[in-house]
Design a protein. Sequence first.
Lengths: 252, 716
Amino acid sequence: MSGQKKEFPITWGMVIDIDKCTGCGACMASCQTENNVEPQREASNKLRATSWMTVYELTNDKAYPDHDIAYLPRPCQQCGNPPCVSVCPVIATEKNENGGIVSQVYPRCIGCRYCVAACPYHVRYFGWFDPVWPEGMEKTLSPLTSVRPRGVVEKCSFCHHRWTLAKDAARAAGKDPEDLDDGAYVTSCVQNCPSGALAFGDLKNPKHKVHELIKSPYAYRLLERLGTDTQVYYISRREWVRKLGDNYLKSE
Amino acid sequence: MGLDRRAFLGLVAGGTVGIMFTPVPWKLIDDASIWTQNWPWIPKVPKGQIDYVTTTSKLCPAGEGLKIMRVAGNPVSAGGNPDHPLSRGGVSALARSEVYMLYSPARIKSPMKRNGKTFAPITWEQALIEMAEKLGAAKGSVASISGDATGTVNEVLTALVGKLGSAGTFMMPGEATSAAKALKLMGAQGQAGYDFENADTVLVLGADIFETWGTSTRNRKAFGATRPAGTKPASNYIYVGPTRNNTAAVCDQWIPASAADLGVVALGIAWHLLKAGATSTAPGFDTFKAVVNGGYGPEDVKRATGIGGDVLAGIAKTLMASKASLVVTGSPFGQGMGAAPVIAGMSLNMLLGRVNKPGGVFMLPELASVVPGALSRAAMLDGDLPAFLKGVESGKTPAPKALLVYDANPAYGLPEAATMAKALEKIPFKVSFSSFMDETAALCDLVLPNSLPLERYDDVVTPYGSGFCLYSLVRPIQKPIYDTKTSADVLLALARKLSIDLKFDNFQQVLKEKVASLSKASGGFVAKDVMPWQVAAGKPAPALVGGDLWKALEAGYAWTMVGQVAQTGMGFASEVVAKAVKAGKPAAGATLAPYAQLRTGTPATGIPCQDLTTVPDTELLGETTLVRLNSETAKTLGLKKGQMVKLSAAGVDCQAKVHIFESVMTGMVSAPLGFGHTAFDYFSQGKGANYLSLMAVAEEPGSGMSTWIASEVKIA
């Protein structure tokens, strides 16, 4: 896969400080409404629920009192070598735009769900039913994200529409839309996190904070050994948390 | 003329070539692909000009400033306001729900009157006539319950009830109730405010400071600011409590202790501080020292709590060595804590010299009331609602003739919920001003729906926990969607009908007068370029320029003031400590250790529909809630992972599924609150059980306050 990897001048990336995440769910709630995901009355059935951003609970698997926990927010990892792209028969998901965000083109999607099976991070969701909002609540839909019918796959887009808005704002201010200031474009989850555990920016831009953050000795990515080369980084000072990022043998 | 073979082939070939060159089939295919995806039953996104307006969250107790995105004038989403000191851009899952809750299926769409077991819609005029008649007849015996801990609406409510003849004006119990009682017993003046931003070591005794305690979004922002990603933290947070909850999960250290033993832990640390020479000139110090030395030495504390002397000595050493230490005491589930543990925790701040110091505890002054005859916040917090309702239920206290319930849901959100509901049934005339059809509204005779915060004027005045005085405006950004009114306006109209003079005609006038009074307060400023914690740390406070404070508040900025009430007689209240700080009794079955989270809303909001997705399946699976216990406790009780169990206490049974979770103390059963609603909508109703109903209320010795911090439960 690495032979096919495309490089982009801008590489949008997220850095998540696990040691600051309290697991409150504000990022998930922000994502749901920003991206017009319907409220789900059976949301506790995680096989059915759609949640582009999901907070996982990690544990060190030790018994009380040595037990420890951490929370891991998981958006789409926006892989450099996305396993979902190569399996899509209709080019509904691509990685070919500057910024490196893996696209999901709903009108092209035929609902075969090969990408759902291929994604090692479980970030893709299939709409089994048409979305329904309680009466009147459709007035609170965001105009920036389309509503998906049943039968297509959806996933986190790094709030791509916000990038468009940020570029428009830069143009209006006479700035270069291809060289946005740090913080000019951030995703909804990053913006609303009460702990400041999430950071977002251009991984290749030295003026952006994330450019330095990913060099931290505590930074790691999920399932790095698969070679997916993700654009989401995690930071934890706890070694057991970092070790859960991949499938290590006991001897490693 | 016949069609010969040559002509036929020519026609077919010509037709094929013609079809290849005409756009019709391609256009038809294109149209088919478009129209097969043009499904009219899928909602269309709104179109129009996008703009942003600011307000303050009232649904979320953390009081964050909000930035609302609107499309063609309609609100579509709520984010944190980066310019607001209680938000700084952050927002809780509950505050995020402010917009879509406008269309919650649980909303009450018009005033309603009970008609047997159901409700019938009535007009506002009819409602006012009915209310005036019933309240006029109930004069001298009218009670009120408010669930709004921060609003000036309480002034209108208490002034009206006072003039009608009060049988009691109560707040729903919370962290502020315990703290106010503790400060009163200590002889202190003001409201305790915690300066997290300037603290470097924070000892948290029980309080879930990053979830349900006080200004939790601001607390998290302050925490995050001292912890740049990937580098050594510039602060040290230590959590003491029964579970590794959302707060403890990010703290540097978790020390397991029962919520009933937090006072003992505080005094155990005090013993080490006293040994190291800590002293105080505050009244009662000598008695306090004698009490601590007499029963809270390392051996005593270890026996009572299981925490080793070396652990507490280490904490005491860390606290003394830090430049700006802070001790915060509260309940792990936001209510039920007595006054004594708060006094014990505050005593540590006094021994460390952290009262009215940057990075410590400020005793904040209460802002002046503007409605004549209104009760102060301190006076409202002095009422003991569970004790009152239990008295009514048992017949020891005469039931009031009428009850006004504002933004509160006592039939669900109090311990021994069944008893509380029975007490409410004894009150002959009840009015609910709830926006949603909650459990209490369902019991009332009149339901007069309050407009939601995005539809009304309201305010947030210094939420408990804030390290500075604060005033933030809530303003309507759209007209009421249904036939609802601002309850404060309804109360003022009712007062006029009853010929009671409350000085104001509408609530906006009250708020304008309140804001005008702030303009006169010395030291107040609009937090814009300089934030209050910077002023607390020594930066000069900017002057309140311009004079049009109302406009600045409407623009989303908050008025703040850094200041403290000089303490003249703040003492250690050692007599209360000596009587009330005792180790919890070991439970025969298990001890219930509830926890609450903003994502499941408050008793007054129910579960916001979009937040249901954020609840993990280790908390709610299908329609069943899960309780957490460690493997040792499970083994002792003979329980297995996934087993359905019945929790029994206070004459109530609750179903649960067992979830083995090792970050719970041995002997404890950790249970999520916010579930088990019988009212609201299909996003809340029938989801799990209300474990708060299992909590038994007891009277705290020394203070006489109702407590329900750690109840024994039977599991079978």
